[in-house]
Design a protein around this ligand. Structure first.
Ligand code: ADP
Ligand code: MG
Ligand code: MG
Length: 208
């Protein structure tokens, strides 16, 4: 339901807050050390924006609200990436009042496409795309196999976690960490780590 969707987004923001220091520490190794801070700022703005949502607001409109809030609040690379992700994800479910497993997977897929469209990163470039893409693949696969919304989110989390761990072994081709070249190998990408945080919080909240 739209209300549960908003609760899931608020939970994602709270989890980002809890994990902010760890995310910044990951960014400190191969970037400028602010990923937890930038994400926390963006997600706090999202939470404030959603607090203004009328009870009957659709998921699409909530996503638009989130996109605007995130973009206005965040100057770092993740600002426009997540703003576009939220916009695309909302549009993908615009004919839906509630999300079933297929539309949850469509929401995740469109968010991923938004990040890809805006950031122009390919899989294997060591960015958050490397967590989003396997999340989409696993979510889609689960839905094809008859999973419900929880099964879909479980699968997305598994895919994202696998993708996040794989970023350790590859060299960065995008964003700040690309300047390190081969020295970026051996470290997890912070954006891939925050993707796991977001999807896991969504899954855990849906389960409750
Ligand atoms: P900044 O690099 O501006 O400090 P953040 O630290 O908030 O921004 O975000 C860094 C993360 O953004 C990286 O770990 C990576 O996952 C992601 N990222 C950077 N550039 C791109 C891009 N072009 N496409 C997708 N993700 C990107
Ligand atoms: Mg950074
Ligand atoms: Mg920065």
């Amino acid at each position: 339901t739209p209300a549960l969707f908003r609760t899931m987004m608020v939970a994602a923001g709270e989890r980002i807050s809890t994990e902010a220091d760890r995310l910044s520490a990951l960014d400190g190794v191969i970037g400028d050390g602010d990923h937890g801070v930038t994400m926390d700022i963006g997600w706090k703005a999202v939470r404030d924006a959603l607090a203004q949502s009328p009870e009957d607001e659709t998921i699409e409109t909530s996503c638009k609200r989130m996109a605007k809030a995130f973009l206005d609040a965040v100057g770092a690379s993740s600002g426009p990436l997540y703003a576009t992700a939220f916009l695309r994800a909302g549009t993908a479910v615009k004919d839906r009042l509630n999300l079933d497993a297929a539309s949850m997977a469509a929401w995740i897929e469109a968010a991923c496409e938004g990040v890809r469209e805006r950031g122009r990163a390919a899989p294997g470039d060591k960015t958050m795309v490397d967590a989003w893409v396997p999340a989409v693949e696993e979510a889609r696969g689960a839905v094809t196999g008859g999973a419900d919304v929880l099964g879909c989110l479980d699968a997305a989390c598994e895919g994202a976690e696998r993708g996040m761990n794989a970023t350790r072994d590859i060299e960065s081709k995008r964003g700040r960490s690309s300047k390190l070249g081969a020295r970026s190998v051996g470290h997890i990408d912070p954006g891939a780590a925050s993707t796991v945080v977001i999807l896991t919080a969504m899954r855990d909240t849906a389960r409750e």
